[in-house]
Design a protein around this ligand. Structure first.
Ligand SMILES: [Zn+2]
Length: 71
């Protein structure tokens, strides 16, 4: 039996890091609203050619806008 490493909604689909709520919210907002697999903040930042600091600011902005993903 081979133990296949599957990505799930609790781990980054790229690096396998454990995800927090914010990682998933950012992924939903920036990549796909209906995503079932997610990237952690570091991988998202790399994917969009930006920094994790910038993503934090974006998250804060979305939260202020009242986006329900960022409750
Ligand atoms: Zn990652």
């Amino acid at each position: 039996m081979s133990e296949e490493r599957k990505s799930d909604q609790y781990h980054c689909m790229k690096c396998g890091k454990e995800l927090c709520q914010l990682d998933r919210a950012l992924h939903r907002k920036m990549v796909s609203r209906g995503a079932q697999e997610f990237m952690c903040k570091a991988c998202l930042a790399a994917y969009f050619g930006t920094t994790t600091e910038n993503l934090d600011e974006l998250a804060e902005y979305y939260r202020r806008e009242g986006c329900s993903l960022f409750d």
